[in-house]
Design a protein around this ligand. Structure first.
Ligand SMILES: Cc1ncc(COP(=O)(O)O)c(C=O)c1O
Length: 400
C-alpha cells in the first residue's frame, strides 16, 4: 500500500466547516494548527473493503497469507487482556533482538511501522526544518513531516533512470540546513532497490552534514537480497540513522498493527521518550513475539516462491503487453500503462472489470499517473491475474 499528494482535501477546511458557530469567538478551523488545517489524508492501495470477490493485487503482502498457526497465537494471547500492556514491550523486543542478533535496547516497537513514521518527525523535526524527500516515495513520510511543520524539499527520481535513487545526487541535495533525508529501500511504488554500500555512503555523508537518515526496509524482508542489503547492523554505530521494518508485509497481517524500528542507544533514548504510552497492545506483543521466533520459515518460503513467480510473470507480461516491462528489483511491478492509451486510473478501472484490483498510482503525482503497481502472488493466482490482464489489454485494443 501507500501514496498520496496534497491534491485532494478530504473533509477539512471546507467553507461550512470553517463557519463560525454559536458560542465561539472563532471557528474551529481557525483554532486548528495551520499544518493540520491544510492537510489531506494520504491515500493507499489495499482498499478492498466494499468490493466483493475482487482479488487484491494492489498491496504487497506475503502471498502465502498469514501463518497457519496465527489463530492459535491469537487465542493464546486473548486470555490476558484485563491488564494494561507491558509498556516496555520486553517480550516482543526480546524476540526481535534474537531474530536480528542486536541488543533489545536498539529497538522501538509501534502500532505498525506507520506509528514509527509518525514518531520520527515528532522527535526530530521542528517547524521550519528542511527535509529532503525522494519523489515518488511512500506518502506517509511527507504527511508526518508536514504535520510537524517541516519544510519539504522534493528530490525527483528520474523516469529515464527507471526511478532509481542516485545516491550521489541525493547527497548533493543535503546541506547544513537539512535536518533529515528519507530513503525507502526498495522504494514504494517504483520497486527499485539500492545496495548496502550505497545506503551507507548516504548515511556517512549525511552524518558529516549533521543530517538524520530515515531508512524504510519494510519491503525488503520479502526480497531475496534482504541479507545482503539490510542495514540493521549499521544502526548501532551510526547516531544519524533510524530504520523501520514491519510484520505487515512479511506475515501478511495488515489487520494486526505491529512494526519495529532500530536505532543507536542514543537515538532510542529519545524515540522511547516521545513514544505514546501503551502504543502496542498485549495481543500484538504476544502474537508478534511468537511469529518472530517460530515463523521465520513461512517468510523464507514466500521469498523462494516470489523469486520464481516474479520471473515467470515478467516473461508472461512481456508477451501480453506490446512493450518491455521493467523487471523489478523487488517483488512487485511498477508497469507503464500509457502505451496502452490509458492512465493509471483508467487501467485500474479496466482491471476491476476483470475482478482484479491494481494500484492507481496517480496519487504519487506525475509521471506515476502513467504507471500501475501490482504484486506477485501464488502460481495459480498469478495465472488468473495474467488472464485478466490479457483480457483487459485485448478490450483496450492494444495487445500483441
Ligand atoms: C513502504 C512502506 N512503509 C511502511 C508502511 C506502513 O506499514 P505498516 O504500518 O503496516 O507497518 C507501508 C504500508 O503500506 C509501506 O508501503
Amino acid at each position: 500500500m501507500e501514496g498520496s499528494e496534497m491534491e485532494q482535501r478530504e473533509g477539512c477546511g471546507d467553507s461550512r466547516a470553517g463557519r463560525k458557530r454559536k458560542g465561539l469567538a472563532t471557528s474551529v478551523e481557525e483554532r486548528v494548527r495551520p499544518e493540520v488545517r491544510s492537510m489531506a489524508r494520504p491515500r493507499h492501495g489495499g482498499d478492498v473493503w466494499g468490493y466483493n470477490g475482487i482479488e487484491d493485487y494492489s498491496s504487497n503482502v506475503n502471498p502465502l497469507g498469514a501463518p497457519e498457526r496465527l489463530a492459535e497465537y491469537i487465542r493464546d494471547a486473548a486470555g490476558d487482556l484485563i491488564n494494561y500492556p507491558d509498556d516496555t514491550a520486553s517480550g516482543l523486543k526480546g524476540a526481535i533482538a534474537s531474530r536480528y542478533d542486536v541488543p533489545a535496547g536498539s529497538i522501538v516497537v509501534g502500532a505498525g511501522s506507520a506509528e514509527l513514521i509518525r514518531l520520527f518527525p515528532e522527535v526530530f523535526i521542528s517547524p521550519g526544518d528542511k527535509v529532503v524527500m525522494p519523489k515518488p516515495t511512500f506518502s506517509e513520510y511527507g504527511f508526518a513531516c508536514r504535520l510537524m511543520g517541516a519544510r519539504m524539499v522534493d528530490h525527483p527520481l528520474r523516469e529515464e533512470d527507471g526511478f532509481r535513487v542516485d545516491v550521489g545526487s541525493l547527497i548533493n541535495a543535503l546541506d547544513r540546513e537539512t535536518k533529515a533525508v528519507y530513503l525507502c529501500n526498495p522504494n514504494n511504488p517504483v520497486g527499485r532497490m539500492i545496495g548496502r554500500r550505497e545506503v551507507m555512503e548516504l548515511v556517512e555523508e549525511a552524518g558529516r552534514r549533521d543530517v538524520m537518515v530515515f531508512l524504510d526496509e519494510t519491503l525488503l524482508e520479502l526480497s531475496e537480497r534482504d541479507q545482503d542489503v539490510t542495514c540493521v547492523h549499521e544502526v548501532e554505530s551510526h547516531d544519524n540513522m533510524f530504520l523501520i521494518r514491519s510484520f505487515t508485509k512479511s506475515f501478511a497481517m495488515p489487520g494486526l498493527r505491529i512494526g519495529y524500528g532500530f536505532g543507536s542507544k542514543e537515538v532510542m533514548r529519545f524515540m522511547e521518550a516521545g513514544r505514546l504510552s501503551w502504543n502496542i497492545g498485549t495481543l500484538e506483543q504476544r502474537v508478534g513475539a511468537r511469529l518472530m521466533s517460530e515463523e521465520q520459515e513461512h517468510v523464507r518460503k514466500a521469498v523462494r516462491m516470489l523469486v520464481d513467480e516474479k520471473k515467470r510473470m515478467h516473461s508472461e507480461l512481456s508477451r501480453i503487453l506490446p512493450y518491455r516491462v521493467p523487471l523489478p528489483d523487488s517483488y512487485f511491478f511498477f508497469c507503464p500503462v500509457h502505451p496502452l492509451g490509458v492512465s493509471s486510473r483508467q487501467f485500474r478501472a479496466a482491471m476491476l472489470e476483470e475482478r482484479m484490483l491494481v494500484r492507481d498510482c496517480s496519487s504519487f503525482g506525475a509521471p506515476c499517473d502513467r504507471y500501475s503497481r501490482f504484486c506477485v502472488k501464488t502460481p495459480e493466482r498469478n495465472e488468473a491475474f495474467l488472464g485478466a490482464m490479457r483480457s483487459a489489454v485485448e478490450k483496450l485494443g492494444t495487445g500483441r
